[in-house]
Design a binder for this molecule. Structure first.
Ligand code: NAP
Length: 250
């Protein structure tokens, strides 16, 4: 029997991609999962498939989010909802896209963690999981998105210091490219979107990331899995490589 049996999880951004796979994976471990997103039809399909409880909410509505989370006894909070608005070009991005990315990927995460922490600290147990990204760990031409995920990287590190001794664990999960609807939601222009979407490599799947999240959540209580970085085998990041044969830096 899984150690998660009967425990309660909340997953934000549950109507698609990594969030939907995480709901299914944690429900499969016997958890009671609350699934949050804006699209009610998608949530209804997920409830049908997994037995999760759904909540139609925009995570940027801090009062609604805090009201909902404050009323639940949350053992595991997976902060997954995220967008990449403005990812194609910082210079050409609509100013509203900059706000949407920061509000969704950073401010909402701060409020969600803040809302569940009093209960977790009182019970002496809890787990905060934050979806970072390789874009938060390595320099990439993704200025606003990278800024939001870089904030997640320091948020998780600082949370661990803030919370040491409380029994609350904090995990950052940083995937490279995952095949999801992320770029459909991020980029309106079809040509620009196709340019960034078609990598030609075997990307990670949402299930790969959900399995990594489940590994951290299911670890024995004395183990805090701090950071998981997953890259597709055919993709890597950071620095430059000198090729002595061709004499070029790719
Ligand atoms: N795909 C990748 O390559 C990749 C790589 C690294 C990290 N990530 C991160 O992984 C997380 C999940 O992304 P994904 O790839 O699974 O993308 P996705 O398929 O586009 O799913 C994003 C989810 O976030 C929800 N969401 C967006 N804005 C929201 C809001 N304001 N309120 C509530 N829910 C909202 C969406 O639901 P509704 O539209 O129904 O609200 C959807 O369920 C994100 O944090 C992303 O930054 C993705």
């Amino acid at each position: 029997m899984s150690t998660l049996e009967g425990r309660t999880a909340v997953v934000t951004g549950a109507s698609a991609g990594i969030g939907a796979a995480t709901v299914a994976t944690l429900a499969d471990r016997g958890m009671h999962v609350h699934a949050l997103a804006r699209r009610a039809d998608r949530l209804a399909e997920l409830a049908e498939a997994t037995g999760c409880t759904t909540h139609q909410v925009d995570v940027r509505d801090h009062d609604a989010l805090r009201g909902l989370l404050g009323g639940l006894e949350v053992d595991v909070l997976v902060n997954n909802a995220g967008v990449g608005r403005g990812i194609a070009s910082f210079a050409e991005a609509d100013p509203a896209d900059l706000d949407q990315t920061i509000d969704t990927n950073v401010s909402a995460v701060l409020h969600a963690c803040h809302a569940v922490l009093p209960g977790m600290i009182e019970r002496g147990r809890g787990h905060l999981v934050l979806l970072g990204s390789t874009a938060g760990l390595h320099a990439l031409p993704t200025t606003v998105y990278g800024a939001s995920k870089g904030a997640i990287h320091m948020m998780t590190a600082n949370l661990r210091l803030d919370l040491v001794g409380t029994g609350v664990r904090v995990t950052e999960v940083c995937p490279g490219r995952v095949t999801t609807e992320f770029y459909d939601a991020a980029i309106d222009d079809p040509e620009q979107r196709a340019g960034l979407q078609q990598t030609g490599i075997s990307e990670l799947t949402s299930w790969d990331v959900a399995d990594a999240i489940a590994y951290a959540v299911e670890a024995p209580w004395h183990v805090n899995v701090t950071t998981i970085e997953l890259q597709p085998t055919e993709q890597t990041y950071g620095g430059s490589r000198f090729d002595p044969v061709e004499g070029r830096t790719p």
